[in-house]
Structures are given as C-alpha cells and as structure tokens.
Design a protein around this ligand. Structure first.
Ligand SMILES: *[C@@H]1O[C@H](CO)[C@@H](O)[C@H](O)[C@H]1NC(C)=O
Ligand SMILES: *[C@@H]1O[C@H](CO)[C@@H](O)[C@H](O)[C@H]1NC(C)=O
Length: 238
C-alpha cells in the first residue's frame, strides 16, 4: 500500500485541545457532554483530592493516576476520551476533606449522535413523553450555534444538543443522570448535532489569532477502499 501522511502542528499547548468545564466554588454543577471528547473539570486547589461515583451509586472512588484520567498540577482533572460509563459525580475536595467543587456529568454516547442538516430539510428529534412514574418529557437542549467554518463565502456551522428529561414543574436533568439505575432505555435518548448554512464577513484579526492549526494529507493505496481518519486534538465542542 502506498500511503503518505504528513502532519503539521504549530504551537500546541496541550490544554488547548481540552474543553474547560467550570463551576462556582463549593457548588454542584450538572452538565451533559458528548463522550469521546476530552474535557478538563476545573478545581483551583493544587492539593485537590478527586472522588468519582457512577450513577449506579457505589462508594466514591479516589481518583489517582489512571489511564485517561489525570490530575493537573493546579488541581483540575483532565479526562481523555471519556466514555458513557464515566457518567456520574466528580467531587473535588481539599486536604481537610471540605468540598471545593462538584460536577455531575452525563457523557452521552457520541456513537448514537443524531445528525441533521437544517437546510436539507432534515428534522431534529421530536419531544416525546414517557410514561415512567407519571409523565416525563424527553427533549433536546441545544447549545448556541458555533462559529461559521468559513468567512466571505458560504460555509456551515453546527450546534450540539443534549438529551434532557423534564418532570412536571421540576428542573430538567440530563437523561442518564435522571434515569440512573432505572433500566428503561428509549431510542429517543440520543445527543444531537445540527448543521446549517451560514455566510459571515471576514474578520482578519480573528483569523490571525487562531492558536494553532493542524492538517494531514493521506493518499489512499490502490487496495484500500476505506480508511479511518483521526484528527488529533479535534473536538466536537468547537
Ligand atoms: C491542609 O493544607 C493547609 C495549607 O497548606 C495546611 O495549613 C493544613 O494544615 C492542611 N491540613 C491537613 C489536614 O493536612
Ligand atoms: C420541547 O420541550 C422543551 C422543554 O420543555 C421546550 O422548551 C420546547 O419548546 C419543546 N419543543 C417543541 C417543539 O415542542
């Protein structure tokens, strides 16, 4: 197989690739994210201890160095390629066992992402009611649209949506944090990605300020009829 690969990367402070999740001091923040995309959970306490308990409610586990989980020098926790099984409570405490910050994170399965293009008439998932204990509404909570991928010519932009469940008059919760040990699983329970066309003027200052770029070129061999491309440091959140 004749294949060539070039990879160029410029000025790569590693943390650029990670999306930072933060929460106010001594608070609990609940958040839905997409699995497989790196994140850092912020805890500004260098001697921090991190505990994790999954939605199954077992004893909190002290997180030390594990593959894919790393405590950063400032105290924050770096999760590389997080999986849906890592959904649960992340608790950061100081050396006197006092709470610094807590995160309840729902890593929704990226492999079930429902992708639609607005301008091709494709419809996002509809709201559904489920007959669990009483009626609950299952819906998608959308993030704002991301930046257009081109300027001065037609481009596209995307936004992410997460599966949420709302019980009558209660605050909506990310689906898997709501269901916890309940065995119920519904086909509606999926994160979403929506794409639409955009046309924005160029802002050259902004382009020059981009922190880094990466490209690779891959030449297919004669015998290869498919190839899996990975884009190092890419993230669905940008
Ligand atoms: C925790 O750290 C602080 C500041 O470094 C120190 O004063 C305190 O004695 C420590 N507490 C324990 C239980 O180690
Ligand atoms: C779906 O439910 C959410 C949450 O109650 C609501 O904000 C949204 O407007 C609903 N969408 C439709 C199409 O009814």
């Amino acid at each position: 197989m004749l294949a060539t690969l070039w990879l160029l990367s410029l000025s790569l402070p590693t943390l650029w690739a990670y999306t930072l999740i933060s929460c106010a001091y001594k608070s609990l923040c609940q958040q839905a994210l997409v699995s497989g995309n790196d994140v850092v959970l912020q805890c500004d306490y260098p001697k921090a201890f991190w505990y994790f308990s999954s939605v199954l409610g077992e004893e909190p586990l002290l997180l030390s160095s594990m593959p894919h989980i790393k405590k950063l020098p400032g105290g924050s926790l770096q999760l590389t390629n997080p999986q849906p099984s890592q959904t649960g409570l992340y608790h950061c405490q100081d050396n006197d066992s006092a709470l610094v910050v807590e995160y309840e994170i729902d890593f929704q399965d990226v492999s079930t992402l429902h992708i639609t293009h607005k301008d091709l008439g494709q419809k996002p998932l509809q709201n559904e009611t489920l007959g669990l204990s009483g009626h609950v509404l299952i819906f998608t909570r959308w993030e704002p649209w991301q930046d257009c991928n081109r300027c001065g010519e037609p481009g596209e932009r995307k936004r992410l949506g997460y599966c949420y469940i709302e019980e009558h008059l209660e605050k909506p919760m990310p689906c898997w944090l709501y269901l916890r040990t309940k065995k119920a699983r519904y086909s509606r329970m999926r994160p979403e990605l929506q794409v639409e066309a955009c046309l924005v003027p160029c802002n050259h200052v902004k382009e020059i300020d981009q922190p880094y770029f990466i490209f690779d070129i891959y030449q297919l061999g004669k015998l290869t009829n498919n190839v899996w491309l990975t884009c190092p440091l890419a993230s669905i959140y940008r």
